[in-house]
Each structure stands twice: as structure tokens, then as C-alpha cells.
Ligand binder design. Structure first.
Ligand SMILES: Cc1cc2nc3c(=O)[nH]c(=O)nc-3n(C[C@H](O)[C@H](O)[C@H](O)COP(=O)(O)OP(=O)(O)OC[C@H]3O[C@@H](n4cnc5c(N)ncnc54)[C@H](O)[C@@H]3O)c2cc1C
Length: 373
């Protein structure tokens, strides 16, 4: 590429930036992506890798998630990364959890089944079925291995004739058709800033004055101690029901919330819900917690990890696993919204605040947003 002028410039090489770049490139635009690190380093490589329609309320958001699912499938084929259509399993350890699952299935469960404990064994042989009341299985969730998928999409885009990628380039200024880094300037007809949770570099006043909150989430990775085993669908438990908006419409959810607050106050304090995903290397990704507020502790809290593992032990063979890594991720959440969009000037947009749903929503959101301009 000879010219330094582009149709679209993207700041940020996480899933949001890559999604905008992919759509713009597919539309035939000349695209340039700027990533401040040698490769994407934010929430997009630190998450479970779940494309998770069941977390979205029925209606337009669920449909958007289903559209993203199609885009992820396309991308995995083109960019050559692993994707598994493994579904999700919501395990109920108590009767009030089972009640919420039945209500969800009755009202919104287009792709779901209610399972007895013995039917759970057929789908996921590792769950301690003698300790559960049953489960809900949903067939549409998918899993990717985030660091590998993000790298593969980046490399795929890099090889397209109409895309350039600048890594190790922190954008210092972006607006009015111009991007500036410490090594030069570029012109673009349109600029999309997807800087994730980095709030100090671009439009920091806008971000600080917004209603957005910062959220820190702790995660762990395990390998099996002896023979590897597969879990089938991603597995979560009763705590997850109070986490996702999709279960808000269930008549018994408030009662379940009250019971959890009474019985498990520490879990509520740290916003813990417990999820186990498995990747293509038979590793188990287990998390997570949700701590809100500006004062992010750079160090992880061992108590939180213990809470997660203690909860999981009730229905999952955690003793068969050994911890290999632990980390945390940070995202911005825009309360009441699935993203945050700010138009800085007629051709510059700051788009962040995807909260806990960026992998699930950003690909389809980018497509919808660009086609609306
Ligand atoms: C622990 C955890 C688990 C999660 N699990 C899931 C899940 O399973 N499913 C799901 O749908 N969502 C999940 N999420 C949410 C999802 O990961 C995020 O919503 C999504 O990754 C946000 O993507 P992004 O591109 O906006 O931000 P990021 O991934 O943070 O990317 C922003 C990028 O911009 C770069 N950047 C910032 N400023 C500049 C600058 N000035 N110049 C150049 N580059 C810059 C950064 O280096 C970074 O690479 C999870 C999040 C976390 C933290």
C-alpha cells in the first residue's frame, strides 16, 4: 500500500476493532488498524471465548448475537481458527435454580431442553449428577480460543490487499480525518476508535464523564492431572442465572437472588458466577468475578479464586485438574446498554463499553453500525 490515506482507520486490535475492520474490508474499503501493543492485549484475549446468545434477552439482542454467531463461523473458516458449536449447560443444584431454568425454557427457550440428572450424564459425563436437580441445555452457544482466534483474525486481515495493520503504534490523537502516533500521521475518511478499557489516551474526558463503570474479572486456566477428558458444552451453575439479563423475565428470579444473597453473601460481594469452558488444547478456563469501580487492584485476590473453586466442586471434578495460569481482564460497562458510542466529529466514532458481551455482540454490531452510516 503506497498511499498514507485510507477510507477507514481503526484504533484497537481487539474483537471490536477487528470486527469493524473486517466489515469495512469486506465492503471493499481501504482499511488501516492501529494496535498499541505487539498484538491485542485487552479483554478480547483474556475472556472465556464464548459466543453466548443465551446471555442476551429474547428479541433484537438475541438476534444480534445469533448474527455474530454466523460471522464467527465465517471468520473461523476464512482465518482458520478453532471454533466449537458445543452449546451451554446450566446445572441446577437447588430446586429454586431448577424452577428458574424451567421458566426460562417455557418462555424463551427456543433452542433449549430441560434435562434430568441422568440426561445430563449423556451430554456431559463429568458433572456429578447425584448432586444436581437437573439442568438446561442450550444448543446455540459456541466457543473459540480467544488468544488464537484474535491472532488468526489479525493475520487474516493483514493478508488482505486492502488492509494494513500497524502494531506497536499507540494512537495519540484521532479525529477530523487524521490519526497521529509517535511515528507519523495518517489520513482517513472515517475513524473508529475501539480502545476497550484504555481510558487515558483518547477522549478521556468523554469517557470519564460518561456513566460507564470499570469492571475487573478474575480468571484461571487448568489442565487435567491424568487422562484428558472433554466436558462437551460450557458448564455453569445457579449463580449464573442472576448474572445474565436473559433470566430477568423469569418470575422466580428475585426469590433466587434473595436466597443467594442470604446463603452466599461473599459470592454476591465479588460478583462471582462460575463457568467452565474448554478449549481446543483440552484446557479448562474457569471464572469469574466482577469487581466494579475505578480503583482496580493490579493484583488478584486468592479468596475470589477459592470461592469459585469451592462452588464448582459441588458438581464438577475440580480435583482432577491442576492450575496452570491465572489472570484478570478489565472491561468498561455502559449500564443499561450493550455498548457506548460517541461521535467526536462527523467522521470519528468512539465505540467501546461492550461489557461482558463483546465477543458475542461486537461482530454483528459492527456490521449493523457501518451499514447504518
Ligand atoms: C475475563 C473476561 C471474560 C469475558 N468473557 C466473555 C465471553 O466469554 N463472551 C463474550 O461475549 N464476552 C466476554 N467478555 C467481554 C469481552 O471480552 C469484551 O467485551 C471485548 O473483548 C471488548 O473488546 P474491545 O475490542 O472493545 O476491547 P479490547 O479487547 O480491550 O481491545 C482494545 C484494544 O485497543 C488497544 N488500544 C487501546 N488504546 C489504544 C490506542 N490509543 N492506540 C492503539 N491501540 C489502542 C488495546 O491495546 C487493546 O488491544 C469477557 C471479558 C473479560 C474481561
Amino acid at each position: 500500500m503506497k498511499k498514507q490515506t485510507f477510507d477507514v482507520a481503526i484504533v484497537g486490535g481487539g474483537i471490536a476493532g477487528l470486527s469493524f475492520a473486517y466489515t469495512a474490508a469486506e465492503n471493499g474499503h481501504r482499511v488501516i488498524i492501529f494496535e498499541k501493543d505487539s498484538q491485542a492485549s485487552g479483554a478480547s484475549i483474556r475472556n472465556f471465548g464464548l459466543i453466548w446468545p443465551i446471555g442476551q434477552p429474547a428479541g433484537p439482542r438475541f438476534e444480534l448475537a445469533m448474527k455474530s454467531r454466523e460471522i464467527w463461523t465465517q471468520l473461523s473458516r476464512k482465518a482458520g481458527f478453532w471454533i466449537s458449536q458445543n452449546g451451554s449447560l446450566f446445572v441446577a443444584s437447588a430446586e429454586d435454580e431448577m424452577q428458574v431454568l424451567k421458566e426460562y425454557h417455557g418462555q424463551f427457550g427456543f433452542n433449549t431442553k430441560i434435562l434430568s440428572p441422568s440426561q445430563v450424564s449423556d451430554i456431559s459425563g463429568q458433572v456429578h449428577t447425584e448432586k444436581i436437580r437437573g439442568a438446561l441445555f442450550s444448543s446455540v452457544e459456541m466457543t473459540v480460543n480467544p488468544p488464537e482466534a484474535i491472532l488468526a483474525i489479525t493475520n487474516y486481515l493483514k493478508n488482505l490487499k486492502n488492509v494494513a495493520i500497524k502494531t506497536g503504534e499507540m494512537v495519540l490523537e484521532a479525529g477530523n480525518g487524521m490519526i497521529r502516533t509517535s511515528s507519523g500521521s495518517w489520513k482517513a475518511d472515517r475513524i473508529i476508535i475501539c480502545s476497550g478499557s484504555v481510558t487515558h489516551a483518547l477522549y478521556s474526558d468523554v469517557l470519564k464523564q460518561s456513566a460507564m463503570t470499570v469492571c475487573k474479572l478474575q480468571m484461571m486456566k487448568f489442565k487435567s492431572l491424568e487422562n484428558t477428558f472433554t466436558i462437551g458444552p460450557t458448564i455453569c451453575g445457579g449463580l449464573t442465572l442472576q448474572h445474565y439479563e436473559s433470566f430477568k423475565g423469569c418470575p422466580s428470579i428475585d426469590q433466587l437472588r434473595k436466597r443467594i444473597l442470604k446463603d452466599l453473601p461473599e459470592y454476591v460481594r465479588y460478583g462471582v458466577h462460575v463457568l467452565v469452558a474448554q478449549n481446543n488444547h483440552s484446557e479448562f478456563i474457569i471464572g469469574d468475578s466482577h469487581e466494579y469501580g475505578e480503583a482496580i487492584d493490579p493484583f488478584n485476590n486468592a479468596d475470589i479464586n477459592n470461592l469459585i473453586l469451592t462452588y464448582l466442586e459441588k458438581y464438577f471434578p475440580i480435583k482432577k485438574l491442576a492450575l496452570t495460569k491465572s489472570w484478570h481482564g478489565i472491561y468498561l460497562k455502559n449500564p443499561g446498554h450493550t455498548e457506548f458510542v460517541y461521535r467526536a466529529d462527523p467522521s470519528t466514532f468512539l465505540i467501546t463499553g461492550f461489557g461482558g458481551g463483546g465477543m458475542t455482540l461486537a461482530p454483528a454490531f459492527a456490521e449493523q453500525f457501518l451499514s447504518s452510516l
